[in-house]
Design a protein around this ligand. Structure first.
Ligand code: C2E
Ligand code: CA
Ligand code: CA
Length: 737
């Protein structure tokens, strides 16, 4: 059964797909963003490092330019020539050159050499330099001194004196002096006034050395705003420490210049990452919440849809498939290829006396009972058999069995047994019976509707046949029911001609076995269909208004017999439709008058339902009849709407306990208690009790023990023609049963 998938589901699913897509996009975006941010931060840092390295190199270059510039404050000075080469004055040199350079410019070591490059003055950090160190230093800087000599010889000084260059020759390089890296700068000592002339090449040279130590590094760092600037011989492995190698004039390694690398990209990252992560986290959370909501909504919707689907196909009370589902399942079963040794039958069931339970114990009890019945039925079925509740107290089964009718009958008997056992409802015991109509699939092109209809007809037959039984559908039933119109037409014809209709009399017996009267039962012998049961044609007569004529016919025959046999009771069944007819009492009185029957010998059998019609024509008619000494019997007692209490309000002369109770009577059976209650109450109200449908000696014995007054049933006598009945009255010994 293809259910169409409702639109919203599709949309929800779509949204989930979209959301997943968006979620994936979010993750990818996050990854890409993160990747890009990391990459650009690294790029920024790389560029920053390049700049810092360039700055570091610039710092060294500018130092290499600055130191000679600072030297020139004393090397281009007449006093310096005078106190070094002309009249060597160590004291003056100490004050004006050595100390001055140290204190004012931070030049750690100072050397002065003569024209022969011999040291005439050597000072280390303010005091006289040891000879060993002085010689070592001199040896190391000799190449630079030579360079200076070459520059001077090449006319470097002349160009300066001529004013064509900005400063005298300078040699300023990095070098390792006595194991210490240092900046070494050499300047010639020359005249500032130009009055003191020296022959070219005779100039004394002044050497300033600035040690590349921590002190110097921190001073530079402060000046150039470079954090943690330092010199080291070994490269740093510490992350975040950047370095450049420093080399001497020959390209030999001298030291590393190191500093705390500034990483703006990393710094940005450190700040941005939490924000970015936070943003993505929030986005992810929102996504999650959205997806969860969507998922919930869609699963709720899906569950709702499945529920609605189930609800539409199932009965809410029992959870069993409903009529709709049953019929579609049946259609499917019928569509399957027929199996040679499997047959399919359907059983349609209707509870007997369910209404009694419902009306006496209440609707909730009725619901409980239906549920319990559903459970009992399910327990009887095989796995591939289908049980459904068609509605009300009607159930149906799709039954698979071997060819022949044995299967359905065995199942039916088990069902009747199971349902016949008492139900515990709200602590009290409830008793119901079940009538079953069976229809078997005969031909290949069976139709589900048709099959159910046939089973319904058989069910109707089963109920009419005395309830608590199973009847298999036969074609003759169909013929009758299929065409109500035909029955109507033919019944009308039968009523006109009369020769097809007759009245049978079923004797009524006292406890001692003597006949006390008879019940008149209409009989129709159809020329083509044969015997038609009153359970078929009486309802048609009631529905079509023919019941009046039919009832009058039976009444006339009964009254004629009653007139012949005064002292015997003749019971006639009266339909509610007849009772409601205002002219009915006069019909009865006319009939009595015409036939001469005594009113006291006539008993009218009415059904319980009529008692509910308080203050109606029917109730009024009953009062009139009783006033005229005509007896009133309540037929089918216990099956209808009334409770025992009605008996107190509506005086009747007799109750006829329905044969569905009688058929369940067996020693120890629960029905005994019910019948006992009915008899006790009736007798308390001075009402006689007739047991109808007595079929076995066992039932007879029980009924007798319970104190029933009158007995009727196949055990004692079937309904018989009037002649046969009269024969029984005259010759009681001719009784066969
Ligand atoms: P009812 O009034 O309950 O009539 C008793 C029915 O029980 C009769 O069925 C009778 O043949 C059947 N019966 C008698 N003893 C036994 C027995 O031991 N076992 C079983 N299983 N059945 C037994 P019948 O004649 O087929 O009548 C069926 C119903 O049709 C009657 O049920 C009554 O309601 C209605 N009916 C019959 N004749 C008339 C009539 O003239 N007028 C009206 N209004 N209804 C009638
Ligand atoms: Ca009756
Ligand atoms: Ca009856």
């Amino acid at each position: 059964m293809g259910m169409q998938s409702p639109g919203p589901i599709k949309q929800w699913r779509l949204s989930i797909g979209t959301l997943l897509f968006v979620g994936l996009g979010l993750v990818l975006t996050a990854a890409a963003t993160l990747g890009f941010v990391l990459w650009s931060a690294a790029a920024v840092d790389r560029r920053a490092l390049d700049q810092q390295a360039a700055l570091a190199r610039h710092v060294i270059q500018s130092q290499l330019a600055r130191v000679p510039h600072e030297q020139e404050s004393i090397t281009i000075w007449d006093d310096s020539i005078v106190n070094t080469s002309i009249a060597f004055n160590e004291e003056w040199i100490n004050v004006n050159i050595g100390r001055w350079m140290l204190d004012y410019f931070g030049h750690d070591d100072v050397l002065i050499v003569n024209q022969a490059n011999q040291p005439i003055y050597a000072m280390a950090e303010g005091s006289a330099m040891g000879d060993a160190r002085r010689d070592a230093a001199l040896a190391q800087i000799m190449p630079l001194i030579s360079q200076m000599r070459v520059q001077i010889a090449g006319g470097g000084l002349d160009a300066y004196n001529a004013g064509s260059v900005a400063h005298p020759p300078r040699v300023s390089e990095l070098a390792v002096i006595d194991g210490t890296p240092a900046l070494v700068s050499i300047s010639p000592i020359i005249s500032d006034s130009g009055t003191l002339t020296q022959p070219t090449g005779s100039e004394y040279l002044h050497v300033s050395m600035v040690r590349l130590d921590d002190d110097y590094a921190s001073r530079l760092g402060e000046e150039y705003q470079i954090p943690a600037l330092s010199f080291s011989f070994a490269g740093s492995a510490v992350p975040g420490i950047a370095e450049i190698p420093l080399t001497d004039i020959d390209g030999r390694f001298i030291a590393f210049l190191e500093w705390q690398q500034s990483r703006p990209g990393q710094a940005l990252l450190d700040q941005a990452i939490p924000a970015i992560a936070g943003a993505f986290l929030i986005a992810a959370l929102i996504m999650l919440v959205l997806m969860r909501q969507l998922w919930r909504n869609s699963s709720a919707l899906e569950a709702g849809r499945a529920d609605a689907e189930f609800q539409a196909a199932h009965d809410h009370l029992t959870g069993l498939p409903n009529r709709l589902r049953f019929e579609s399942a049946l259609t499917q079963v019928l569509m399957q290829r027929p199996d040679r040794d499997r047959r399919i039958s359907i059983l349609v069931m209707d509870l007997d006396r369910f209404k009694t339970v419902n009306d006496t114990l209440g609707h909730r009890a009725g619901d409980d009972l239906i549920r319990a019945v559903g459970q009992r039925l399910s327990q009887l079925l095989g796995p591939d058999e289908i049980l459904a509740r068609l509605g009300g107290d009607e159930f149906a089964i799709i039954h698979r069995h071997a060819p022949g009718l044995n299967g359905p009958f065995v199942l039916s008997n088990r069902i009747i047994d199971a349902i016949g056992k008492p139900f515990d409802i709200f602590g009290s015991e409830a008793f119901v019976g079940v009538s079953i109509g069976i229809a078997t699939v005969e031909s290949e092109e069976a139709d589900a509707h048709e099959l159910v209809r046939k089973a319904d007809i058989a069910l109707y037959e089963a109920k009419a046949g005395g309830r608590n039984r199973a009847i298999v559908f036969e074609e003759t039933m169909n013929e009758l029911l299929q065409n109500q119109k035909t029955i109507e037409v033919e019944l009308r014809e039968a009523l006109r001609l009369k020769d097809q209709l007759s009245v049978a009399f079923q004797p009524l017996f006292a406890a001692d076995g003597s006949i006390i009267g008879a019940e008149a039962l209409a009989r129709w012998t159809h020329p083509r269909l044969g015997q038609i049961s009153p359970t078929h044609f009486v309802p048609v007569a009631e529905a079509t208004g023919l019941i009046g004529a039919l009832g009058s016919f039976v009444l006339r025959v009964a009254c004629e017999l009653g007139a012949k046999w005064p002292g015997y009771t003749f019971a006639v069944n009266i339909s509610p439709a007849q009772l409601r007819d205002a002219s009915f009492p006069s019909t009865v009185f006319d009939m009595l008058a015409q036939t001469g029957m005594r009113p006291v010998d006539l008993e009218l059998e009415v059904t319980e339902g009529i008692l509910l019609e308080e203050a109606s024509e029917a109730a009024e008619a009953l009062r009139i009849f009783r006033a005229a000494d005509i007896k009133i019997a309540l037929d089918d007692f216990g099956t209808g709407y009334s409770s025992l209490n009605y008996l107190k309000r509506y005086p009747v002369d007799r109750v006829k306990i329905d044969r569905s109770f009688v058929s369940q009577l067996a020693p120890g059976s629960v029905s005994i208690a019910i019948v006992q209650a009915m008899v006790t109450l009736a007798h308390a109200l001075r009402i006689d009790v007739t047991a109808e449908g007595v079929e076995t000696q066992e039932q007879m014995a029980v009924l007798r023990a319970l104190g029933c007054n009158v007995y009727q049933g196949f055990l004692l006598s079937a309904p018989i023609p009037s002649a046969a009945f009269e024969k029984l009255l005259t010759e009681p010994e001719s009784r066969v049963a």
